[in-house]
Design a protein around this ligand. Sequence first.
Ligand SMILES: [Zn+2]
Length: 209
Amino acid sequence: MDSNKYLPEAVSTLIEELNKLPTIGRKSAQRLAFYLLRQSPNDLDQLAGSVLGIKDNVKFCSRCFNLTSAQSDENDLCKICNSQARNQNSICVVEEVLDLIALENTMEVSGVYHVLHGALSPLDGVGPSNLKLAELFNRVKEGADSIDEIILATSTNSEGEATALYIYENLKNSGVKISRIASGLPIGGDLDYADEGTLRRALKGRVGF
Ligand SMILES: [Zn+2]
């Protein structure tokens, strides 16, 4: 990075590391680095500690693959899977944890989730085995008698549509009702960028696959 060559190595290395983060371009990385330089050692310790602890303190729910705290729960399940107040027979399938959070904010999902951790994208080398699809199919198979509905809330871009179709093809003979959120969501859109009102409408207007 040429424009960083007049900077001490510690600063230029920090800029390079920040530059690797999604949506952080070179200019933003420089601004963030100089912002951090002005912070107190205490604040920096807190930031560094939370970055270092993220792998030790967080794990995935063994049922739905949502994030959960590594310490707090006894049975490897997240708060939603553990909740008696949620309808455990309705499973809303999303690509990412951020999509789950966006849907939770609408307060329209009374059931539970399944986080795939991505969408099918053959061009990027993402096939079915790279996602939590087998886990979803097992979950439906094991709970087939009690599961009422699968809501496919993957994005409306081509990867999200391909993923929804793949799931439908695999589950259409399971006897479980399958629906797809659609109406109101911008075509080609990422779920977590949609506003709450749009997401709420999309969930309410879900249609049978
Ligand atoms: Zn869970």
